[in-house]
Design a protein. Structure first.
Length: 205
């Protein structure tokens, strides 16, 4: 079946977008208030992308960053990162890269690379490598060793991004795995997340 933008935006998928955005905002605020070394602002994007597809995930990520930007303007330029992650997670879900924990970890590596490639230019070009978050300490440490700004920021995004990806994807995946078989069957990309015993014993309608 050919799957594109039009296919992804079913009514149920569209209804997921505000839920994903809300989860992103809550995660972002928790990270900011608690000064966590990781950002939890992609849980909603990952969740939506897994079961609704790449294009819906892209929109969710972008809107989440815009809403977070109302509370902290620094978040707005990183909409590109969130959108890229949303699209990537959706594409990985399309090829069933979240069917088990091993594939999830492999997917985390891919997502980390994508987020680093998109995040580093934003940090360097727009903020000079300093965004005002706790992770700036890593950048400062790398710079103190003689690393160039681009190398320091990209290395920092890889370090933090690897943790972010695993945490956000794992939480989203665990939530999806707890969803009912009936609900997942109605989502465009939900079928791979239904347990085999539920497929055999539950009549999907």
């Amino acid at each position: 079946m050919k799957r594109g933008m039009k296919y992804d935006f079913s009514l149920l998928s569209i209804l997921l977008i505000p839920i994903g955005v809300a989860i992103n905002v809550v995660g972002y605020q928790l990270s900011s208030i608690l000064k966590l070394p990781v950002f939890l602002d992609l849980m909603g994007t990952a969740l939506v992308s897994m079961i609704a597809g790449p294009w819906v995930g892209l929109v969710t990520g972008g809107l989440g960053s815009l809403v977070n930007g109302m509370l902290n303007p620094v978040a707005i330029p990183f909409a590109l990162v969130s959108m890229s992650v949303g699209w990537t997670v959706g594409m990985l879900s399309r090829v069933k890269m979240f069917n088990n924990i091993i594939l999830l970890l492999i997917s985390s590596v891919i997502v980390t690379i994508v987020s680093s490639i998109t995040s580093a230019p934003v940090q360097v070009i727009l903020f000079g490598g300093v965004t005002g978050s706790s992770i700036d300490l890593i950048t400062a440490t790398l710079l103190s060793t003689g690393e160039q700004i681009w190398t320091a920021v990209f290395s920092q995004t890889l370090i933090i991004g690897s943790i972010n990806s695993v945490v956000n994807l794992l939480i989203a995946w665990l939530i999806v795995k707890k969803m009912s078989a009936r609900y997942l069957s109605k989502q465009n990309y939900g079928m791979p997340y239904i347990k085999k015993q539920e497929l055999n014993t539950t009549k999907i309608v």
